[in-house]
Design a protein around this ligand. Structure first.
Ligand SMILES: NC(=O)c1ccc[n+]([C@@H]2O[C@H](COP(=O)([O-])OP(=O)(O)OC[C@H]3O[C@@H](n4cnc5c(N)ncnc54)[C@H](O)[C@@H]3O)[C@@H](O)[C@H]2O)c1
Length: 309
């Protein structure tokens, strides 16, 4: 039983590849920028462009994966409309359609907390998967369309397609998408000063190892109970995150231009992940431990002394 991971070279995908491989699951990566893989590990990697339907048909009929996970996407909303459309909308549909034609049993894809839009639409309550989606930027609207397209494939062809909505994924090597909460940890870990507009801006970080575990469990599940799952994370202001970083790095130079404001324009940060926790038994490590882990991974890579908890 094999799993095809499209976008398997990326921040999240590379970790899902390693997790599945460590569990003895045959895994194939298709990416426009494929990783070098050691033939002994049992992993395969091929170059393929998800915007090219023929590339997907070719790999799906050749490898006949039982499961498909699509993580290829443009993060952010700054992309030219047609460029973003090709990868985010057409690429996702190519993936659904090729999986249908090739008879893959399961398809999983990454949606995002961005579909929910700003927290102010929900007041002070945690958002569930059934809430109305207020997201209105390019990225959010494309994710909402992907979710709707998945619903149409389920309804018309009986396919099993599951969306996972990661929160603000964090890790030492995250460079795309929401990165202020990442830089708040990684720049001080390198000894660099960093400044942000608002101390009270809220985020919902979740460590990339936890998110990779979520994708691994959801993609290996035969019949998930739901079509959409929130990963959730830890709701925290950038100011509180800076304080946490300073517990480990007392000399960290993190400043804010405004001590107040920012919360009212923050994206969704209160997220209900009961569905995922109850069905898949996921348990995230305490966020403080993850912050220390990121600091030390960055410092190890820079040849700096590690800090203790
Ligand atoms: N990182 C986050 O904080 C976050 C949060 C919510 C949702 N997500 C979603 O999770 C998914 C993975 O995110 P990530 O952070 O790993 O992104 P990433 O940019 O690190 O990885 C994307 C991968 O897709 C590949 N790719 C790009 N264009 C391609 C194409 N035309 N054909 C084939 N492969 C192509 C890239 O080479 C890259 O390896 C995305 O759908 C993203 O929207 C991420």
């Amino acid at each position: 039983m094999s799993t095809l991971i499209i976008g398997g070279t990326g921040f999240i995908g590379s970790r899902v590849m390693r997790l599945l491989q460590a569990r003895g699951e045959p895994v194939i990566c298709m990416d426009i920028n494929p990783p070098r893989v050691d033939g002994e590990t049992g992993m395969k990697a091929v170059r393929g462009d998800v915007t090219q339907f023929d590339d997907l048909v070719d790999i799906m009929f050749r490898e006949k994966p039982d499961r498909v996970l699509n993580l290829s996407y443009f993060l952010g909303s700054e992309h030219a409309p047609r460029t973003a459309f090709k990868l985010n909308i057409l690429g996702m549909d190519n993936c659904f359609e090729a999986a249908r034609l090739a008879g893959a049993k399961r398809v999983v894809f990454a949606s995002s907390l961005a579909v929910n839009g700003q927290q102010k639409f929900f007041g002070d309550r945690a958002v569930t998967e059934d809430d109305f989606r207020h997201g209105d930027n390019q990225y959010a609207v494309h994710k909402i369309f992907n979710e709707e397209q998945a619903k149409d494939y389920r309804a018309k062809f009986g396919m099993s397609i599951t969306a996972v909505r990661p929160a603000n994924v964090t890790g030492p090597d995250k460079v795309r998408g929401s990165v202020d909460h990442v830089n708040c940890i990684t720049q001080p870990a390198r000894g660099n000063a960093i400044s942000f507009p608002y101390q009270d801006a809220m985020r919902c970080p979740v460590h990339v190892d936890d998110v990779a575990e979520v994708f691994a469990r959801v993609v290996l599940a035969d019949a998930p109970k739901h079509d959409v799952y929130n990963t959730g994370g830890t709701a925290i202001s950038l100011g509180s995150l800076a304080e946490m970083v300073k517990e480990f790095l007392p000399d960290a130079r993190i400043t804010f231009k405004n001590e107040t404001g920012g919360r009212d324009i923050s994206g969704n940060y209160l997220i209900d992940n009961t569905r995922l926790v109850q069905e898949f038994g996921v348990q995230y490590r305490p966020f403080r431990q993850r912050v220390l882990q990121i600091i030390n991974e960055v410092r190890a890579a820079e040849g700096l002394p590690l800090v203790s908890g």
